[in-house]
Design a binder for this molecule. Structure first.
Ligand SMILES: *Cc1c(COP(=O)(O)O)cnc(C)c1O
Length: 480
């Protein structure tokens, strides 16, 4: 059985009120209060019919839970850097908030690096991991003092030219390995399959007929030849991977580090970067279990945590997903073939993966009325559609929910990670505004909002669609 199917089958919310009641201080009560207050404070309007909301209290709590989980299993004094995977929520204020909570940033492009720098994340707390770093990017990272993990043999050779003078003044440099432990439920996110594009494969037969042992010896030799290579990196998968499989990937990285250090006769590898990937339960309000994951690592790879190695983690989805939602107005309610359809303003432009791969990326949808109160009524199987002009633009299909009507609101839950950073410019729909929220008794509805990203304007869309090059194809080129 694949977990994606089981998640899909359960990905619907209970209709009706929040289990904790509206007065509670848990995440579900906070969410309901925020929706009500967002309506009261006019965040959802005809001109802005969709917005992202981020629970700042929840984000701080998730960051604290991650820190506490590793504090509990690591020897006192262990150097641990939790570098948030920027691609999961590439918003400067979010990176700033996480930095305030003691987290760093894992970046994978010049844009993500610039965002981390704009947020004030210090170079010493930034890690660069892209599989396609150019010479310029490598040089910039070295100049800035940003740790980086080489992805492959050719990149290592380029680093030889750039980093060769010796370890003095160099940031931590590592090599990403692929433990080839196999995939999870979502192929597109399985980074440790036999043929994954990421990292140096650890279990391959060599390309020129070498045995797996010879290939491994080549990896060890690569370290011994490069005293400045001090870090082993593994990121053995994201959503859909079993935590036990990820722990096995981490174990493979640890065992390689031990072998390198034994061969070197010194502690050359000082740091293990164990990636991210803790899965999120998109079918319930259960938060990701950082403590359980850390204990699993402690049980699977005890030597990793005994203080001999510094640790880097790169969690993304598990820190943010549960702390965000998309709130969208229902523009029309219609029916086709006997099926009710709510046409909302949230579709493939922001829930791209859900629209294109609904089995892998089911979302819970919660129905609110026009005042932002949880909608009651018997569940009716209906489609929740987006505004895009293609038939697959659905965020939920045949989903039992209180019947949505025009003016109601549909909330897409657990969308704090990847949904605000993976916009799809289809139909030239704008990137929606994103607001952070926190309880505040002095604010209308008891919730205060802070704009974290403005909605993209129509003028911006026109400008980035080549408005300044209007005559480029008719005026500047020769005609036949
Ligand atoms: C995407 C990615 C992460 C974060 O993965 P999550 O599933 O969001 O935790 C961490 N490290 C690397 C190298 C990645 O590519």
């Amino acid at each position: 059985m694949s977990t994606e199917d089981s998640a899909g089958a359960h990905a619907h919310d209970e209709p009706g009120g929040a289990p904790e009641g509206r007065g509670g201080d848990g995440p579900v009560a906070r969410r309901d209060r925020a929706v009500r207050a967002a309506v009261e404070q006019g965040l959802i309007t005809e001109a802005s019919p969709v917005a992202g909301l981020l629970d700042v209290t929840g984000i701080r709590a998730s960051a604290a839970a991650l820190r506490a989980a590793f504090d509990e299993v690591t020897a006192p004094g262990t150097d641990v850097l939790h570098a948030f995977a920027v691609k999961a929520a590439s918003l400067v204020p979010v990176l700033r908030l996480l930095a305030d909570e003691g987290l760093g940033a894992e970046v994978a492009s010049p844009g993500e690096l610039a965002l981390a720098r704009a947020a004030g994340v210090p170079a010493s707390r930034t890690v660069l991991d892209s599989p396609a770093k150019t010479d310029g990017e490598l040089r910039e990272a070295l100049d800035l003092g940003i740790a980086l993990n080489a992805d492959n043999w050719e990149e290592l050779a380029r680093l030889d030219a750039l980093a060769a003078p010796g370890p003095d003044g160099l940031p931590p440099l590592g090599l990403r390995i692929n433990p080839q432990i196999g995939g999870g439920a979502i192929d597109a996110l399985s980074t440790a399959t036999a043929t994954s594009k990421f990292g140096v494969p650890l279990r391959d037969d060599g390309p020129d007929g070498g045995t797996p042992e010879e290939v491994r010896a080549r990896v060890v030799r690569a370290f011994l030849d490069r005293p400045w290579l001090t870090q082993v990196h593994v990121h053995a998968g994201s959503q859909g991977m079993e935590p036990a499989a990820m722990a096995a990937g981490t174990r493979a990285a640890y065992e390689l580090a031990e072998e390198i250090n034994a061969e070197a006769g010194r502690r050359q590898v000082t740091t293990l970067d164990i990636g991210g990937g803790l899965p999120v339960d998109f079918a319930s309000d259960t938060p990701p279990d950082f403590a359980g994951h850390a204990r699993l690592l402690a049980a699977t790879v005890p030597g990793l945590l005994d203080g001999r190695y510094g640790l880097v983690t790169e969690f993304g989805r598990s820190l943010l997903a549960k702390n965000g939602l998309v709130l969208a107005r229902v523009e029309y309610a219609k029916s086709a073939g006997g099926r009710p359809i709510a046409v909302t303003h949230a579709g493939a432009q922001l829930a791209t993966r859900t629209a294109f791969a609904p089995q892998s990326w089911p979302l819970r949808v919660r129905a609110y009325d026009a005042k932002g109160l949880p909608k009651g009524g018997p569940p009716v199987a209906q489609d929740v559609a987006g505004p895009c002009c293609f038939a697959g633009d659905l965020v939920a299909e045949n989903r039992p929910l209180p019947l949505l009507a025009a003016g109601d609101l549909a909330a897409l839950l657990d969308t704090g990670a990847y949904y605000f950073s993976n916009h799809f410019a289809y139909n030239s729909l704008p990137r929606p505004a994103v607001y952070g929220f926190a309880d505040d008794p002095s604010a209308p509805g008891g919730v205060r909002f802070a704009l974290a990203r403005p909605q993209q304007t129509v003028e911006e869309i026109v400008a980035e669609s080549g408005a300044a090059q209007r005559d480029a194809l008719t005026g500047g080129l020769l005609r036949d």
